[in-house]
Design a protein around this ligand. Structure first.
Ligand code: SAM
Length: 289
């Protein structure tokens, strides 16, 4: 099988299997070999690595991963792609496992145990954009042993992952990513590198898992509950957005008191707080409980 990272070979596979793109699955396949090589470099894949690929499509990037890693597990939701991968584009490799599953329901911990003895794995993907945030949140919050995540996402999403307070891109995704990892934006990928061509430009970002989070948090679940509530209604003051938030049980007075202790005005919005400040704020509320 010829390598797929070009339009001619990709079209040949699509025609051979009479494959129609499923918009609902966010199918935009890479057709540029330079970009594929650069993703492998950015992910720092080497022959010791066990890699999980989310959404292999017709196996374009999977071929590059199989060539460079020890072991690859590819999780693909679209059952029409499975025979293409198994019988054709990945048939030549003996270091690939193909699972026909929804990544959001996959027991990734079990895969890491089985394929890498529980040691941290690398995740590499050209992500389906409709579920970028739940995939990233799930990988970090699921206590999965991960060394790094190198993903293609919408350019704006990559910017959100890196941004800090005082910018319009700053939000719950920025804080989650920066709590668990160090984000490094690698390069921008123009829409013309995909088939079909998406409406937006994309970017490859590498998230290197922190050994220890940059801040100490008394109650992680509570802190992320507060963060989500704060950005759900980002134009409201922290006092109001937390008071309205279901499931948090935080009173206005508790928020006032915590902000006063921190020397912050009671009119402050969540979008003005740093990760460190959210951690301190959570600790103060935990003490009150
Ligand atoms: N990796 C291929 C490439 O770069 O050419 C395809 C990338 S395409 C942007 C996203 C892939 O993710 C598609 O193959 C799609 O079917 C798959 N996908 C979408 N939702 C998924 C899910 N919930 N679980 C697993 N795969 C999914």
């Amino acid at each position: 099988m010829a390598t797929l990272g070009n339009p001619t070979n990709t079209i040949a596979v699509l025609k051979k299997y009479d494959f129609n793109f499923q918009k609902k699955y966010g199918q935009n396949f890479l057709i540029d070999s330079n970009i594929l090589e650069n993703i492998i470099k950015a992910a720092e894949i080497c022959t010791d690595d066990c890699v999980i690929e989310i959404g292999p499509g017709i196996g374009t990037m999977t071929q590059y991963l199989c060539e460079n890693a020890r072991e690859v597990v590819a999780v693909e939701i679209d059952k029409k792609l499975i025979p293409i991968l198994k019988q054709d584009t990945l048939a030549a490799y003996d270091n690939i496992t193909i699972l026909n599953e929804d990544i959001l329901k996959t027991d990734i911990n079990a895969i890491v145990q089985e394929k890498n003895n529980g040691a941290p794995i690398k995740v590499v993907a050209n992500l389906p954009y409709y579920i970028t945030t739940p995939i990233i949140m799930g990988l970090f919050e699921g206590n999965i042993p991960i060394e790094s995540i190198t993903v293609m996402v919408q350019k704006e999403v990559a910017q959100r992952m890196q941004s800090g307070p005082g910018t319009k891109d700053y939000g719950a995704l920025s804080l989650t990513v920066q709590y668990y990892a160090k984000p490094e934006l690698k390069f921008i990928v123009p829409a013309g590198c995909f088939m079909p061509r998406p409406n937006v430009d994309s970017a490859v970002i590498r998230l290197v898992r922190c050994q220890n989070p940059p801040v100490t948090v008394s109650n992680e679940k509570l802190m992320f509950g507060i963060i989500r509530a704060a950005f759900n209604q980002r134009r409201k003051t922290l006092v109001n957005s937390l008071n309205n938030a279901a499931g948090l049980n935080i009173t206005k007075q508790q928020v006032h008191n915590a902000l006063e202790t921190m020397g912050l005005p009671s009119t402050i919005r969540g979008e003005a707080l740093t990760l460190e400040q959210f951690a301190v704020f959570t600790a103060l509320l935990t003490k009150i409980e």
